[in-house]
Design a protein around this ligand. Structure first.
Ligand code: ADP
Length: 269
């Protein structure tokens, strides 16, 4: 990490920047925020866009593994860091900047902010159409830093249908307003399990129902503009397996219903 030297400019915060920046947020962990980030990125790249992913989930970085590049290290050219290419997307993660994969990151706010600035300003992103940031769950230091560093970033809130998840997801959306970011929409993940016996029209609602719609409605009322529910992604074992294998579902199995919902969300953003 850079010490006390003057900071480089963050290209995405220039007023004339043409890159759309989305920060993917959730109230709590395990709702599929990283899976959604990775699959949306690959879906957008497959639609012909130039896409970057910045894994800002400092303590729980899982993006490199989901892209299948957990053991790769970015190279340095002059004083810039080259992002790692994966599935048509440029990827950088704090996990890639650590000397060892299993090293624990125990940083506080100012250091986290510096790491974020480094990943934004010292990485050679080139001309991106879209940059997706995978935020840590909750409303902590990184979310505040992203809000301050990238005021034009729009926030996408990921939740499950469950009441408890929806309630904390609303807080993540409200946080966006506090740092003057727009909420682009809500994604409900793990919405239902298509019954493997009766057929897909029988939906087993493992986590209940309505959480995504509830978050979209509450945030629309609270923030004073229409915030859409962008899609409802079913539970699908292949999505989980794709994450574990580093083969994002939208590329590996684009005909699955989960991949199709993700494709549609990517096209509307
Ligand atoms: P988060 O980033 O919110 O912590 P992850 O994206 O890491 O969540 O997802 C948590 C786990 O759930 C991962 O093992 C992932 O593969 C799995 N998962 C996420 N979404 C789905 C889904 N729609 N169907 C099946 N498994 C999923």
């Amino acid at each position: 990490l850079r010490g006390g030297v003057a900071e480089k400019e963050i290209p995405f915060s220039r007023p004339d920047s043409l890159t759309k920046v989305f920060a993917i947020a959730s109230g709590k962990g395990g709702v599929g925020k990283s899976s959604v980030t990775v699959n949306l990125a690959v879906a957008m790249a497959r639609q012909g866009l130039s896409v970057g992913v910045l894994d800002a989930d400092i303590y729980g970085h899982s993006v490199p593994a989901m892209f299948g590049v957990a053991d790769e290290r970015p190279t340095a050219v002059d004083d810039m860091i080259m992002p790692v290419p994966a599935h048509g997307v440029k990827v950088i993660s704090i996990g890639m900047l650590k000397p060892k994969r299993d090293q624990v990151v125990a940083w506080r706010g100012p250091i986290l902010d510096r790491a974020l600035v480094q990943m934004l300003a010292d990485v050679y992103w080139g001309d991106l159409d879209v940059l997706l940031l995978d935020l840590p769950p909750g409303t902590g230091d990184i979310a505040i830093s992203v809000g301050q560093r990238l005021t034009s970033a729009e926030v996408i809130v990921v939740t499950t249908p469950q009441e408890a998840a929806a309630e904390v997801a609303e807080r993540a959306g409200t946080m966006a307003q506090m740092v003057h970011q727009r909420v682009a929409g809500v994604v409900e993940n793990m919405s239902f399990l298509p019954c493997p016996h009766c057929g897909p029209e029988h939906r087993i609602e493992i986590f209940g129902s309505g959480g995504g719609a509830r978050v979209a409605e509450t945030l629309s009322a609270r923030l004073g503009y229409a915030i859409p529910l962008l899609g409802e992604i079913p539970l699908d074992e292949r999505l989980r397996a794709g994450g574990d294998l580093g083969q994002p579902l939208v590329g590996a199995d684009p005909d699955t219903p989960a991949a199709q919902v993700l494709d549609k969300i990517a096209a509307t953003l």
